[in-house]
Design a binder for this molecule. Structure first.
Ligand code: ADP
Length: 378
């Protein structure tokens, strides 16, 4: 049975808002996405009012969940700060109150603020790390998944969160398309594959829906995926960030409790310039850059194994040296990486004894070494 937007609106019309009118008349609802039993929308209020609206958000979610045919509901409360207004108090650890994380979409954070000041750690998760790139198409998601698998091969418990809200590719890269179920505490149970706990916005909404989200909705959805997912005990949670270094990415970098970031770049100049922007972004929010990975570093002929530096290989290593950040490794442009990725069988898992798996594991080893203290402490 498919659920219509009208059915959702009818159920929301019965909920009273703090403004004294029905929720549907309070002028706070985003367009409602309802397809295939999956419903997503946000309630957009001013940051100063956010706390008063949390119970409404929960009520709205419960009401929509009660509509026959609804399988997944995600109601995000997004709090926008008016220009010049004082920042809202930092969010409380959200155990038991999923969903509300006041966000600051229109005012990117200024220098020197620690992300930890904004976001509490995720219980049970020792280290959250970001995999980021200055632009799309450089192989960020492929690297994130294979890095996660490399960390797994080192004996760590690893999760992967696909926060690339503008084009979630983890469903394609893993072959997973099921909807996550809810546990007894109504937290989403991550899907499991290759020994990883995996969550993607692509499991919840259609790709096209995610594409049109505005900044605050992106942030709120990612926060919910971090906190309302039963991750269990993890040594490392790898977050596949949305590409780019705009306000949405900066806000995300600040609001996720990151222990470090890995930047993926191709050797071309343009993407190195973009990688530099990525470095600057993480520096701004005091997230240590664990290093740069050069992807599609050189072309390796699948037949004869000959290497060709078609993009002027080595730029990222040089750049990393200049900027004083670790250089983590070079991944060749190779048919096997593309083919396995796109078929949902990432190369580290499907060809564990091959040369590419060894490269990803070496990168994972350096990342693990940098996080050792954090993981051991947890
Ligand atoms: P991004 O997340 O940066 O947009 P993806 O990881 O989705 O990039 O990769 C984009 C495309 O490039 C995919 O088809 C992927 O299989 C391919 N790709 C990524 N890395 C490599 C590589 N080292 N060799 C060959 N193909 C690659």
């Amino acid at each position: 049975m498919s659920v219509t937007q009208q059915q959702v609106l009818d159920s929301l019309a019965r909920i009273k808002s703090p403004r004294g009118v029905a929720l549907t008349n309070a002028n706070v609802l985003s367009p409602i996405s309802a397809s295939d039993g999956k419903v997503f929308f946000s309630i957009n209020v001013d940051a100063a009012e956010a706390r008063a609206w949390e119970s409404v958000r929960a009520e709205a979610e419960a009401a929509v969940r009660g509509i026959p045919g609804v399988t997944t509901v995600l109601v995000a409360l997004t709090a926008e700060r008016k220009a010049g207004a004082a920042p809202p108090p930092p969010p409380q650890p959200s155990r038991g109150t999923p969903g509300v994380q006041p966000v600051h979409a229109h005012k990117p954070p200024q220098g020197g603020q620690s992300p930890m000041a904004r976001q509490s750690e995720i219980p049970g998760v020792a280290a959250v790390i970001a995999v980021a790139s200055g632009k799309g198409g450089v192989g960020k998601s492929t690297t994130a998944l294979n890095l996660a698998l490399g960390l797994r091969d080192l004996g760590l418990k690893v999760g992967l969160l696909d926060a690339d809200i503008y084009g979630p590719s983890v469903p394609r890269l893993t072959g997973l398309h099921e909807k996550p179920e809810l546990d007894g505490e109504r937290k989403m149970i991550p899907l499991r594959r290759f020994g990883l706990a995996i969550m993607s916005i692509g499991f919840l909404v259609e790709e096209e829906t995610a594409m049109i989200w505005r900044g605050p909705m992106v942030m709120s959805a990612v926060t919910q995926m971090l906190r309302d997912v039963a991750w269990g005990t993890l040594d490392v949670l790898v977050v596949d960030m949305p590409p780019g270094t705009g306000d949405a990415q900066l806000t995300l970098a600040q609001n996720v409790p990151l222990k470090g970031a890995v930047i993926v770049s191709t050797p071309q100049d343009l993407s190195l310039i973009d990688a530099r922007r990525g470095l600057a972004m993480f520096k701004k929010v005091n997230v240590p850059v664990l290093g740069i990975v050069e992807n599609m570093s050189y072309f390796q002929c699948p037949h004869c194994g000959t290497k060709s530096d078609i993009f002027g290989h080595g730029g990222a290593r040089h750049e990393a040296e200049k900027l004083g950040v670790p250089f983590l490794g070079e991944i060749p442009l190779h048919m096997a990486i593309r083919a396995t990725s796109d078929a949902g069988n990432p190369v580290v898992d499907s060809e564990p004894d091959g040369p590419h798996a060894a490269i990803y594991r070496a990168i994972a080893g350096q990342v693990r070494d940098q996080l050792k203290g954090v993981i051991a402490a947890a």
